[in-house]
Structures are given as C-alpha cells and as structure tokens.
Design a protein around this ligand. Sequence first.
Ligand code: PLP
Ligand code: COI
Length: 344
Amino acid sequence: MKSQTITKADLDWKNLPFNYIKTDFNVRCHYKNGKWSSPELFADENIQMHIADPCLHYGQEAFEGMKVFETVDGRIVAFRPDENAKRLQSSSKQILIPPIPEDLFLEATHKLVAANAKFVPPFGTGASFYVRPLVLGIGPQVGLGPAAEYVFIIFGTPVGPYYKGGFKPVKALVIEDFDRAAPLGMGPYKVGGNYAAGLIGNAFGKEKGYPIILYLDPKEKKYVDEFGTSNFIGISGDKYITPASSSILPSITNKSLAAISEEMGLTIEKRQIEINEVENFDEVGAVGTAAVITPVNLIHYKGRDFKFGDGQPGPVITRLYNRLTRIQTGEDEDKFSWLDEISI
Ligand code: PLP
Ligand code: COI
C-alpha cells in the first residue's frame, strides 16, 4: 500500500516540535534464559519496572536514534537502520547486554513503523518519524553485575527540526569545564550515562546563549572531539575534515555525508583537528540524525569567536544537506542503497 493512501494523523506536520507525540503502538522483545523473544506490539506507553532493576541503579541501558521518511512516490523508508542495529550491538557489548540480532532489530523496526504508518509525516513537510530503540537491564538485583533479563523497546514519534528554525546557522561554545567522555571510556557507545554526563555542559551552554556545545578531547584538551549530540565536520577548500577520536560516537550521518562528499569530489580527512585550526575552516557543521546538518556560524573558545560565513548556511554544507535529504525522501536515486523500504 502507498503511504499517501493512508489517512494520516491530524497533526500540524510543518510545525512539529522535536518532542514526544503519542502514537498507537510500541514494540517490545524480552531476553530471558539466553534468548530474545519475537517482537510484539503494545498499545500501552508505560512499562512496569521493579525498584531493584539494574538499569535504574547502575545505568545498564543503551539506545539508538534513527529516522523514517515518506518518499516522493509514497513509500515509507528507514534510513540505514542496519547501521543502527550494528551500533546498538556494539554499545550493548560494552555494557554486557546480550546484543540484539540485526534481523530481530530490523523486524521490530518494520513492525513498529507499519503499525504507526499514519504518524509518518507526509512527504514535503520537512518532518520525519523518529525511531528510538532502547534496551534495559531488568530483574531485581542489588550487587553490581549485569542484569539477568533485558527488555528491548522501540517507539517512534513524528518530529520536526532539532534546532529551532531548521536549516539555519547556530553558535557553539567550547566546553572546558566538563567532559562527556573519558579517554578509554564510553564515548563511542550510545549509552544513557553519556547523556546524563552531558546535561550539565548542555545547560551551561544554553545559559550562556549557545544552543550547541563542543567538547575537546578529554586527555589533552587540544583536539576537537564532537558536539553534545552530533559529530563535527569542517569544510576547508575542497576538504571534508572530521575528527578521528576514540572518545566520540561513530555517527551514521557523518559516514553518509563523507560518502556524498567523496561523490562530489571533496577529499575526506579523518584526523585529529587542533581546536586552533578550526578558525581557518570555511564552514562548520554539526551532523547527526536529529541535527541532520546544522550549520555552525560561530564557535566561542577561550574568549575568542571563530566565525564562519555571512550568517547564511555555507555553500558546501547546503549542497550536502540537499543531497542527503533528497536521498532520504527518494527525490534523488538511492545509489548507495541506504533506504530500507517498509511494507505497510
Ligand atoms: N554524537 C552524539 C553524542 C550523538 O548523540 C549523536 C546522535 O545520535 C551523534 C553523534 C550522531 O550520530 P548519528 O548520525 O548516527 O545519529
Ligand atoms: C540523535 O541524533 O538521534 C540522538 O540520539 C541525539 C539525541 C540527543 C536527540
């Protein structure tokens, strides 16, 4: 069935916030006695928990974020969900959660989206259906150790842009007083604890008027790591430059944009970037599922302002944004095979 033949939910699609809007179903699987159960639909948005569940005390939790779109020709597609499945496995292994098999992850994603098809924003609205898989360690336990049981939940919600105004430049503050990750810590894994650690820096930035914060490497405080909820990219001449660091999340958006950049004839440099070098970049972007590519027109560091562009998104970042979003909505051919079509 074409997505356009579905009666869509009555929502103001062009003005959606990036926030939770109730849908009809979520999907859950349980892990018990060494096995994951098959995905099941639930209408209830609440979960019953035990007061001694280890995810509540010791943060044994990992999650993902991915987007689903309606295409110009009325299909519903998930963007690279196989990559999210792999990253959730990597995060899970690091905190001793039994990894969810990729085919189970994809089956659960398809089931969720098909059951909530009326909440997938119509093509042309600029909105998307944001999917949030999470896995929690459960079963009463007080001593420190991995949980005996787990629940894997996927829910979704229609969303608008993460930063107000959509594709518009924002300013960033380099955070010097807090780290979100440690040199041999959890930075490359998408675990809840990293985001708890990031709240204070985020609040500090917002208080000072910066919607985005930029972390430096936690060891030397010399190299660019990543933004609070997205990777860093810099454009310098014909180069696409992004940090090589062992304390950042490997972003699927960044990997996709690097492929698009290569196709456009840019040279990809994944290497350490000294913070002082950033001043010479032509354009800077914050890239991630929620952020897409958010142009950064100013970075404040040690009393100095590094400025990029004239207040408008730069030309290369604009081309990258257009190409990525046109692939996601089927307006451009899916030549990289990034779209996973969902039957509804
Ligand atoms: N870095 C952090 C800390 C994030 O939370 C995210 C969002 O998922 C990203 C980077 C971007 O990753 P992706 O492009 O896979 O969404
Ligand atoms: C995402 O971009 O999907 C994220 O998980 C970031 C989150 C803080 C919204």
